[in-house]
Design a protein around this ligand. Structure first.
Ligand code: HEC
Length: 276
């Protein structure tokens, strides 16, 4: 890993950035059996939201969590797998294939010890990956196991299937808030697909923790933001993103001990981001 890449991420997230960064995306996932593919074969499916909604606050944090392998635990971090790998932009990755766990592309056996020791059911039973568009109205959830509500099924996915750390109340609300907005493609929303998340919108998530001097909240949100910058990185914006990551780290260090300095630095960053 190039030294500066570690600027973006604390601890375990560093590895997932390495794996999911654009420079790696086209390469085979070396952590999976040969012949596996977790990338979409073409551009990812479009993302549609409920009429009149935009991603912001909780639902935006939810989208960032949806894209973060850290939600699904250590193994997912190692193989760079997030909710979004199977349900890209809330839809289906029809190319998803893990050798030995998929029958056809777009199917996967989740009840296999590959994911978590206690989850093995002794059968090769891949199921098609479903779309999550309009998922708020498609209860009950799951085919092998049928659960009545979205939070219960999401908890099941994270903890029982993948062995990820139990999500906090805030994380759950964010993930559910995002999924509740996902909408089918209709004649009227075709032109409203969600675009790349702008830096200014990401930094807006830090206004609250900076104001409150809440380092824990700042750390949590800025880690997700840096992960997103990692996904958006190209050779053209690499320098700029590196600087933003460095400045976020400095603000985080100063937030409690030099709060005025941190607030001024954050205001300056927001103003500059508006020009990007
Ligand atoms: C490795 C691929 C994979 C990953 C990663 C994954 N899912 Fe799924 N998901 C599936 C499959 C396959 C099913 C169908 C399971 C079944 O039918 O029992 C499913 C079903 C669901 C459903 C139920 C949909 C319905 O209409 O019944 C929800 C909700 C869901 N996933 C959310 C998530 C969330 C949230 C995450 C991340 C925390 C996630 N999934 C990660 C493959 C995946």
């Amino acid at each position: 890993m190039r030294a500066w890449q570690t600027l973006f991420l604390p601890g375990t997230l560093a590895l997932c950035f390495l794996i999911t960064s654009n420079s790696m995306a086209a390469e085979a996932n070396v952590w999976l059996p040969a012949g596996s593919s977790t990338e979409t074969s073409g551009p990812p499916p479009k993302e549609y939201l409920k009429e009149g909604e935009i991603l912001g606050g909780k639902s935006l944090i939810g989208k960032l969590l949806f894209n973060s392998p850290s939600v699904l635990g250590e193994k997912a971090v190692r193989i760079g797998l997030s909710c979004n790998s199977c349900h890209p932009n809330g839809h289906v990755n029809t190319s998803f294939y893990i050798y030995g766990l998929s029958s056809d592309p777009g199917t996967i056996d989740l009840s296999n010890r590959f994911w978590r020791k206690g989850t093995e059911d002794g059968k090769f039973n891949p199921t098609p990956i479903p779309s999550l568009r309009n998922v708020r109205n498609t209860a009950p959830y799951g085919t092998l196991l049928s659960l009545p509500d979205l939070p219960a099924f999401t908890r099941h996915v994270i903890s029982d299937e993948f062995g990820g750390p139990p999500p906090s109340k805030d994380e759950m609300e964010a993930l559910i808030g995002y999924m509740n907005l996902l909408e089918k493609e209709t004649g009227s929303n075709m032109s409203r697909q969600v675009q790349t998340i702008q830096i200014g919108r990401l930094l807006d998530l830090l206004v609250e923790p900076v104001k409150a001097g809440n380092r824990e909240m700042f750390d949590f949100r800025s880690s997700l933001i840096k992960e997103e910058l990692g996904r958006q990185i190209t050779s053209a914006n690499e320098k700029k993103f590196k600087k933003i990551a460095l400045r976020l780290n400095q603000i985080e260090r100063d937030l409690v001990t030099a709060s005025q300095k941190a607030k001024a630095a954050f205001d300056a960053l927001i103003k500059e981001a508006a020009l990007y």
